[in-house]
Design a protein around this ligand. Structure first.
Ligand SMILES: NC(=O)c1ccc[n+]([C@@H]2O[C@H](COP(=O)([O-])OP(=O)(O)OC[C@H]3O[C@@H](n4cnc5c(N)ncnc54)[C@H](OP(=O)(O)O)[C@@H]3O)[C@@H](O)[C@H]2O)c1
Length: 385
C-alpha cells in the first residue's frame, strides 16, 4: 500500500551538504525524500542564509556544544509548497504554501528538542532524534525536504504574496522564512505576556534575532527602547516604527538607568546577550530601570555566568524567566500578526532582501556574512516556480 499522496516527485533532489565543519560544502544529487506517515515533503521556494553560516560551517571546527553532527544539509528556516503528504495528514493540502519550522521535538518526548541543521540538542534523547540520517538533522538548502507534519505551518498565500493593488501585502517569497527568526522573539515576548501599550527595553537590539524582536514587540503594540552601539542599525529600526527609541548606553549604571527611563515607566526588559559579550553591564541597569512588579526575559547565550542584583530583583518583585525558542502556538499567532499586516516583512520592515539560486550557495553565504546586524536578509531560492 502506498504511504503517500503526492504530486509527481522527481527521483532526485539537488542539495548543499556539510560533510565536515571547516571544509568546503559539497553540492550533491540525492534521492528525493518520501513522505512517510507523520511527514510531508516540501518543495523549497526560499530558505534563509544566516550571517553566521560562513564562520560556523566553513571557517571553524565543529562547536562541540552547539552543532549538528555531519553530514547534513544546512539551512534552518524555509518556506515551500507541499509536494507529498503522509497518509495520516488531516488538513494540509498538496500545493499549499507552508512555513517550515526547524525546531523539532520528539513525538514521544516533547522535551527532546533539536534545531534542524544547527543543534543536535543537549540530551541523549535529543541526539537520538537528530542522529537518524535522512530525517530531522537535515535543513533546507535543497530542492525537496521532508518535514514533520506539525512543523508545516500553512500560510495565506493570497494575503502575503498577493499584490498591494489586489489587497495583498506584496511580500517577496525570500522575506517569508525570516518569520522563524521573529518566532524566537515572539516566544520570549509571549512568555512575559507583553501587552499592547507597554514599554520594553531590548538589549542589545541590533542583532539578527534581537532586531527581529524590536519588530515583533512593536507589532504587538509595545513601545521599544532599543539598546545598541550600531547607530546605523538603530536608525533603521527607529525608522521602521515611531514607537522605537534608540538608546546608546554608556557603561555607567547610574547614567544608563537615566537613559533607559527617559521615556517614562519601563514595564519589561528582554536580554539578548550574545556569546561575544563578556560582561553585560546593561543587565543591572535594566533591573534598576524596570518598574516595581516589572518583568524580564533572558534569551541570549552568554559564555559563563554573570551576576544579577539579587536584592533588587526581590525588592522590586521582578519576574525574570529564561526562554528557549517557542511553542507551535507562538508560530500560529505570529503568522496571524503578519497576515493582518501588523508585523511587516522584508523591505516593508526596512530590511534588504537578497535572493540567490541554490547553486549560488557560496555567494549567498559570503554575502550574508558581510553584515551580522539586523537589516540584511539573504535567501536561497531553489525554485522560482
Ligand atoms: N533563546 C533562544 O531561543 C535563542 C534563539 C536564537 C538565538 N539566541 C541567542 O540570542 C543571542 C543574540 O542573537 P542575535 O542573532 O541577535 O545575535 P547577533 O546577530 O550575533 O548579534 C549580536 C548583538 O550583540 C551586540 N554585541 C556583540 N558584542 C557586543 C559587545 N561587546 N557589547 C555590546 N554589544 C555587543 C551586537 O551589537 P553591535 O552591532 O554593536 O556589535 C548585536 O546587536 C545569541 O547569543 C543567540 O545565540 C537565543
Amino acid at each position: 500500500m502506498a504511504t503517500t499522496s503526492s504530486s509527481a516527485l522527481p527521483p532526485t533532489t539537488r542539495a548543499v551538504v556539510c560533510r565536515e565543519y571547516g571544509k568546503p560544502l559539497s553540492f550533491d544529487t540525492l534521492q528525493t525524500p518520501t513522505a512517510e506517515p507523520g511527514s510531508a515533503v516540501v518543495k523549497i521556494l526560499a530558505a534563509i542564509v544566516d550571517p553566521s553560516e560562513k564562520e560556523r560551517l566553513l571557517l571553524k571546527e565543529r562547536n562541540v556544544h552547539f552543532s549538528q553532527q555531519p553530514p547534513f544539509i544546512p539551512g534552518n528556516c524555509a518556506v515551500g509548497r507541499i509536494a507529498a503528504l503522509g497518509k495520516d495528514a488531516t488538513s494540509l493540502k498538496l500545493g499549499q504554501l507552508v512555513l517550515l519550522d526547524p525546531f523539532t521535538r520528539g513525538r514521544d518526548d516533547p522535551n527532546a528538542q533539536i534545531i534542524r541543521a544547527v543543534f543536535e540538542g543537549p540530551s541523549p534523547s535529543a541526539k537520538a532524534l537528530s542522529h537518524q540520517e535522512g530525517l530531522w538533522r537535515d535543513g533546507f538548502w535543497t530542492e525537496y525536504a521532508r518535514s514533520p507534519l506539525e512543523n508545516c505551518f500553512p500560510l495565506d498565500e493570497k494575503v502575503l504574496l498577493g499584490s498591494v493593488e489586489q489587497g495583498g501585502l506584496g511580500y517577496g517569497i525570500g522575506s517569508i522564512p525570516y518569520l522563524m527568526k521573529h518566532a524566537v522573539a515572539y516566544g520570549g515576548l509571549r512568555a512575559i505576556d507583553l501587552k499592547a501599550g507597554e514599554t520594553i527595553i531590548i538589549s542589545p537590539a541590533t542583532g539578527n534575532h534581537s532586531g527581529a524582536a524590536v519588530q515583533v514587540a512593536t507589532a504587538m503594540g509595545a513601545r521599544v527602547i532599543a539598546v545598541g552601539r550600531n547607530a546605523e542599525t538603530l536608525k533603521l529600526l527607529a525608522e521602521s516604527n515611531p514607537r522605537v527609541h534608540p538608546v546608546h548606553l554608556t557603561g555607567n549604571v547610574g547614567q544608563d538607568v537615566g537613559l533607559l527611563t527617559q521615556f517614562g515607566t519601563v514595564d519589561a526588559f528582554m536580554d539578548f546577550t550574545p556569546s561575544s559579550m563578556q560582561n553585560p553591564l546593561h543587565m543591572k541597569a535594566c533591573v534598576l530601570a524596570v518598574k516595581q512588579y516589572g518583568k524580564g526575559v533572558l534569551m541570549g547565550f552568554p559564555h559563563g555566568d554573570f551576576s544579577l542584583p539579587y536584592g533588587l530583583v526581590i525588592g522590586k518583585n521582578i519576574t525574570i524567566r529564561g526562554q528557549y525558542m517557542y511553542e507551535g502556538e507562538d508560530v500560529r499567532g505570529l503568522i496571524k500578526l503578519t497576515e493582518r499586516g501588523l508585523l511587516k516583512l522584508g523591505e516593508s520592515s526596512g530590511a534588504r532582501v537578497l535572493d540567490y539560486t541554490l547553486d549560488q550557495y557560496n555567494e549567498a553565504i559570503s554575502k550574508a556574512a558581510e553584515s551580522q546586524a539586523w537589516g540584511l536578509q539573504v535567501a536561497i531560492r531553489p525554485f522560482t516556480e
